[in-house]
Design a protein. Structure first.
Length: 239
């Protein structure tokens, strides 16, 4: 039932005709299954266990998902340039060697800059104010992730394509980023992530904080399933 909901993103009242349960019962089951899958998140999504010689540990990018803007919390912070409307953003890293999602962080309002999410704060406020839980603070010395032009500014931790790079390096970085986009297409193939804007409210209400918690619940559950999928005969393409 939960995978069906992810794929079609039907409303609970529509699902009632298929499953013969009350819409509230259906919602409870959907959220419960997502919670159970989410319990495996920390065991499956690990920023570590990299190959010893790896310098470029992972590719990094932010993916945007549409959602219905909250009437109680409107504003430009929700605007996504990627789909010209309100949305949320997640930071995602994919191992450059293995078929592993090694990091996710979010959701954030879609207008949040990629590099700000990576740092855990703004350059204006200074490093002392950046969140210790951010990926910036998790990066091992001498190692890097590979990102697009939105990540210019932290050359000791993030490598971006430069004009002076060799054609081989440019091709390698392009394949890293293309591989990540393949993963993102997997999310967007689900109606709940790539169909109509996310509409579900939290258990305690429909404010932006509650709704973001539900979106994160669903996103993490899907991430766990996608990781299992890569481990079970459906890997990403080799770099």
């Amino acid at each position: 039932m939960t995978v069906y909901w992810w794929k079609t993103y039907e409303k609970e009242k529509q699902m009632e005709s298929h499953w013969k349960w009350h819409p509230e019962t259906i919602q409870e089951i959907l959220y419960s299954v997502c919670e159970q899958l989410g319990e495996q998140y920390n065991d499956k999504i690990i920023f570590g266990d990299f190959e010893a010689p790896q310098v470029y540990l992972a590719s990094i990018d932010c993916v945007h998902f549409e959602w219905q803007e909250c009437r109680t919390d409107p504003g430009g912070k929700w605007y996504s340039h990627k789909h010209n409307g309100p949305g949320v953003s997640y930071e995602v890293c994919v191992d450059t060697v293995k078929d592993r999602i090694v990091w996710t962080n979010g959701p954030y309002p879609a207008a949040s800059h990629d590099i700000t999410i990576f740092r855990g704060g703004t350059k204006k406020n200074g490093k002392a104010t950046w969140k210790k839980s951010s990926l910036y603070h998790q990066m091992p010395a001498g190692k890097r992730v590979v990102g697009d032009s939105g990540y210019v500014g932290e050359p000791d931790k993030i490598s971006t394509t430069l004009a002076g790079h060799s054609s081989e390096t440019k091709e390698l970085f392009a394949r890293f980023k293309s591989r990540q986009e393949t993963l993102f297409r997997g999310y967007k193939a689900l109606g709940i992530m790539g169909g109509e804007p996310f509409r579900n409210k939290g258990k305690q209400g429909g404010g932006s904080t509650e709704r973001m918690a539900v979106h994160k619940l669903v996103f993490r559950a899907i991430t766990v399933v996608m990781q299992y999928n890569m481990e079970s005969g459906r890997p990403l393409f080799d770099v």
